[in-house]
Design a protein. Structure first.
Length: 226
């Protein structure tokens, strides 16, 4: 058995300059419709300040999604109905191993022999022949392929800010979580794909984990890059 390492694109497909991210979406909500309410976006990651430039970039993209779902994204916390905490990140490298079958000759299926007999001195002769083998082909072994993947994640959590002001208690209203495992650890590349995967489910109740694939040719991605 041979062991070697290659770059292995397990969850991503590269065909005709096209990239596909496979994602998992899990969303839970106390209500069916939050349209028209004012929401304020804040950082959910520990030690991330609201003025952090990377957070501001991601928050801007999230506001595009929320606005398309009839949320009013506001900059003034005092007029917010909900506070939405945006949490994001990429896992440490995850080592994986896949077994790939190796194909080759497994035996002789049949043989064909042909030759020539040459006679000389009346009672003496020589024979020259050739045998051709027809082989069977199949799995002859397994090669182990070692590769590394990363899990990128986006968690959008909404709290009732009015309740917080009255009772100083945190009441979670909805949460949408999106993850994607691939060989890519650049969250700035993956983030729009995570948002697009969540579009149909944000602030909704999926009742289970939903699998969504997002293709780089999807025209809906464009708005997250403008």
């Amino acid at each position: 058995m041979r062991n070697f390492t290659i770059i292995f694109f397990l969850p991503m497909l590269f065909l005709a300059n096209c990239t596909t991210f496979n994602t998992s979406v899990n969303s839970i909500s106390l209500e069916d419709d939050f349209s028209g309410i004012n929401v304020f976006i804040g950082p959910g990651n520990e030690n991330v300040n609201i003025n952090d430039i990377q957070f501001r970039e991601y928050a801007k993209k999230l506001s595009i999604l929320l606005s398309s779902k009839n949320f009013n994204v506001v900059d003034d916390l005092n007029i917010a109905d909900q506070v939405i905490l945006l949490t994001y990140g990429v896992s440490a490298p995850i080592s994986q191993t896949a077994s790939i079958p190796q194909f080759g000759k497994t035996g002789i299926a049949s043989s064909t022999t042909y030759g020539t007999i040459n006679t000389y001195n009346k009672n003496q002769s020589t024979y020259t022949g050739t045998t051709t083998n027809n082989y069977n082909y199949g799995i002859t072994g397994v090669a182990n392929i070692n590769y590394v993947v990363y899990t990128s994640f986006l968690i959008i959590t909404a709290y009732d800010y009015k309740v917080f002001l009255k009772s100083n208690s945190s009441v979670q209203m909805w949460q949408t979580e999106v993850t994607s495992t691939s060989n890519n650890n650049d969250l700035r590349v993956i983030f729009p794909y995570l948002l697009l995967a969540s579009e149909k489910y944000v602030a909704k109740n999926t009742n289970k984990i939903i699998k969504e694939s997002v293709n780089s040719n999807d025209s809906r991605l464009k708005k997250y890059y403008e």
